[in-house]
Design a protein around this ligand. Sequence first.
Ligand code: ZN
Length: 313
Amino acid sequence: MTMKGDTGLVIEEYLASTKETACEKCKEPITQGALAKNYFVCPKCGKYNKIPARARIELLTDDGSFKELWNEATTGNPIGFPDYEEKSSRARATSHENEGVICGTATVEGNECCIYVMEPKFMMGSMGTIVGDKIAALFEYAIEHRLPVIGYAASGGARMQEGMLSLMQMAKVSGAVKLHSDEGLFYMVCVTDPTTGGVTASFAMLGDVIIGEPGALVGFAGKRVIEQVTGEKLPEGFQSAEFQLENGFLDAIVRRNDQRSYIASMLKLHKPASGDDMFHVRSHEQHLKLRELVHRPAINGGAVQKLMEMIHN
Ligand SMILES: [Zn+2]
């Protein structure tokens, strides 16, 4: 397993770490290094523990190939939600990331692609305006450079501290995915534990191929909420990746140590023949118009302020 990338050697630090941690599920104590060596899968109970987004990128991509985009983007407090600044600065400290998603370009076994990986430790990978901005911008970048997109979803859903603005990201990113798809470009998603709420209800379920990690929770509303609303008892294992596979929401469940080669073969299979521009049929003007619909200015600019004024008036 080669894991050295140019993402700050996070994996190497993990591998060398003798710090005690415990499995998220069975609570069996284990060193961080031993857990990392096993792709963060518990050797005792098999639970897929959460992987920091940057470590995941290192596990998946070719050595030194990852080039990050828009790392400096970080959230403001667009609707003036109480204590949000405090909460997001705590999230920055615990995750060592500026936001809930990392975006960039890389190669996977030599196949060029754009990649986004959501960070579960940044406010549960919740989708705020910057998360939406970054992922939408990545799809635009992918269109411009004729690249496929690989996405790793891990999210508690919309970020409630950004109210309706976070819900709007569902439409914005979905629009960008559609533009990318219309260009005949390939998009593949891997849903990880947990992928829920507005992320499941939008771009996590829009891949041409959707795979999941074993045992991942994948759903929209939680089990208890659905039981309360419908008054029905839900089956055992409801909303597990295995359940979703059986019901046609996922195409495959792929073990962590197989994901790199699985993704590489998917990228290879969907690569257009060289010089093949048969999908590139839309006129430039049409393209620009659609782009305008999708593209929103950065969230800390005046656009949001104007939008909020419109809503209030
Ligand atoms: Zn365990």
